[in-house]
Design a binder for this molecule. Sequence first.
Ligand SMILES: CC(C)(COP(=O)(O)OP(=O)(O)OC[C@H]1O[C@@H](n2cnc3c(N)ncnc32)[C@H](O)[C@@H]1OP(=O)(O)O)[C@@H](O)C(=O)NCCC(=O)NCCS
Length: 167
Amino acid sequence: MQCCKTVRAAEPSDLDEVFRIEVESFDKPYPRWYLDLLYGLSGGEYFLVSESADGRITGYIVGIPLSDNACHIASIAVVKECRRRKVGTVLLQSLMELCSSNGYSSFVLEVDTCNYSAQSLYISNMFRPIMFMPNYYSWGRHALMMALIGGQPCCFQPSTKGVQSVT
Ligand SMILES: CC(C)(COP(=O)(O)OP(=O)(O)OC[C@H]1O[C@@H](n2cnc3c(N)ncnc32)[C@H](O)[C@@H]1OP(=O)(O)O)[C@@H](O)C(=O)NCCC(=O)NCCS
């Protein structure tokens, strides 16, 4: 299957299919109504889906504009059979390009500390961890906040004492 022929703005009628991907992808998926809320918060414009050559939705990403120049990436997921075929990369880069063209040059997201595949995706797109968030998802399930600030990798630099410091 050609997993990602196009990336386009989601339509409300796509959200049932997006929900199926959400359920397949996460232990604790967002409820269906929350996707409607995210769609509204994204203004529709920043809720993107990837489509296969035969018109199936193979992944989605949603960004929520936060301020004049920052965008929160609220979720991304790809159907299992299309993973590791750059669909996530194309979705992430498409959203970042769209946001950047509208003046949003900084991006933040949260990722489970155990979700190494997603962390690798973000790191390969220049995101860097900026904060550890204990018990963010539930008791014992922690998150990393990662960010890309103004198109530059953010924010830790080794100090002379070998301790990480924020610049
Ligand atoms: C995270 C996710 C969206 C990545 O999508 P994807 O289409 O498989 O990602 P890509 O093929 O674009 O991968 C890009 C890079 O990310 C890293 N990566 C992705 N999946 C990985 C895996 N399973 N193991 C290790 N690295 C991985 C690799 O560096 C990869 O580049 P490479 O294939 O050249 O080595 C997908 O695994 C997914 O839907 N996971 C479940 C939902 C989820 O965890 N979402 C993130 C919430 S924060």
